[in-house]
Ligand binder design. Structure first.
Ligand code: SF4
Ligand code: SF4
Length: 351
């Protein structure tokens, strides 16, 4: 098949696509891990890929920003040499839902365009990716319509929407075209099939039960007005500072750096791993001084970071409505419940 902008693939074609992707190089895709639990993993067997899932525990950002990675190899004493560790090996990231595509776009900004100095490891891994997006249906934790991410296609090279017993494939970039071209059978989608794919957007909106009770344009000012809200204190009384909410978040990008020496103590690696603004020592600096010592300060910081500071800088909330933090919170704290409580307080005090 010569890849067209919108082609219909049978399910067998999608498996053929996965086989082809797996033969070309590393393939990361969702796989089933528990009764209702999925994970984005590097897969050896494309047959293990889950075509339908609601969300994974860890987001697909781990393909380009892993939980732990070495980014420098060095020798001692100082001056004996060091080499950067940067992987540019091409890979396919399959099955990324629209909210997670939006999160990757946010990370592209944060790691690649926000500052003059870019993150070379992230940028290299991101550039090496061919991303296949996949349409999804929400559960009770999703609120993508509130934050405007449920129709995201940007960031994907190819996007698949289930239609009938097959999939409508939108070819979005040259990489997506190359993944399909000539190797996967298929035919041009009819206008009815295109219409059916487009109807997913409305279905998702109808099915989403969770929401933010404010327009995104007013959110930063509403929160700003409740900086001293009791909601932060009340939430802090329940929070364990475990950091789970940030570790599972597709838009969080804070990390800690550690040097690891080998047993000879003459060489080692510099590594980074995910950090969390909810950990008590996250804001501990020399002195010692901890500028967010109180748990309520850290709790407020998380909401302010996503819905005030980065919203103003990026132009959109730094949250894509995936629901991972709420589903995974060890204390049962809901992101939108806290947000809506503060919004209600702000409206009440302004009335
Ligand atoms: S803050 Fe929560 S809902 Fe928003 S993107 Fe992060 S994990 Fe998803
Ligand atoms: S997952 Fe829940 S308990 Fe843990 S730090 Fe986040 S809000 Fe607190």
């Amino acid at each position: 098949m010569t890849a067209r902008r919108r082609a219909m693939l049978g399910e067998a074609d999608v498996w053929a696509l996965l086989e082809r992707a797996g033969k070309r190089g590393p393939l990361m895709a969702p796989v089933k891990r528990g009764r209702n639990s999925f994970a984005f993993e590097w897969v050896e067997d494309p047959g293990a890929v889950a075509l339908r899932y609601v969300r994974t525990v860890l987001p697909p950002k781990r393909a380009m920003f892993p939980e732990r990675e070495a980014f420098l190899r060095f020798r001692r004493p100082p001056g004996a040499g060091a080499e950067a560790v940067v992987s540019e090996e091409p890979y396919v990231l399959f099955g990324v839902h629209p909210c997670d595509l939006a999160a990757i776009n946010q990370l592209d900004w944060a790691m690649g365009r926000r500052h003059e100095v870019v993150d070379p490891n992230y940028v290299a891994r991101r550039g090496a990716a061919t991303i296949v997006g996949m349409e999804c249906l929400p559960d009770e934790y999703c609120f993508c319509p509130s934050v405007g991410t449920c129709d995201t296609r940007e960031g994907a090279d190819l996007f698949l929407t289930p239609v009938g017993s097959g999939y409508l494939a939108e070819v979005l970039t040259g990489k997506g075209r190359e993944l399909l071209d000539g190797r996967v059978s298929g035919r041009e989608a009819s206008s009815e099939e295109v219409g059916e794919a487009e109807a997913w957007s409305e279905t998702k909106r109808r099915m989403t039960s969770c929401q933010v009770d404010a327009e995104m344009g007013e959110l930063a000012d509403l929160l700003d007005s409740r900086y001293e809200s009791q909601v932060w204190e009340e939430t802090a009384l329940r929070c364990y500072s475990c950091g789970t909410c940030t570790i599972v978040c597709p838009t969080c990008f804070c990390y800690d750096v550690e040097d690891r020496l080998d047993l000879t103590l003459m060489s080692g690696t510099r590594e980074r791993e995910y950090d969390s603004c909810q950990y008590p020592d996250f804001a501990l600096v020399a002195g010692p001084h901890n500028f967010r010592e109180e748990r309520s300060d850290r709790v407020r910081h998380r909401w302010f970071r996503k819905f005030v500071r980065l919203l103003r800088e990026y132009g959109k909330p730094f949250c894509v409505g995936c629901g991972r933090c709420t589903q995974s919170c060890t204390a049962g704290i809901g992101l939108t419940s806290v947000l809506n409580a503060v919004i209600a307080e702000a409206r009440e005090s302004a009335a």
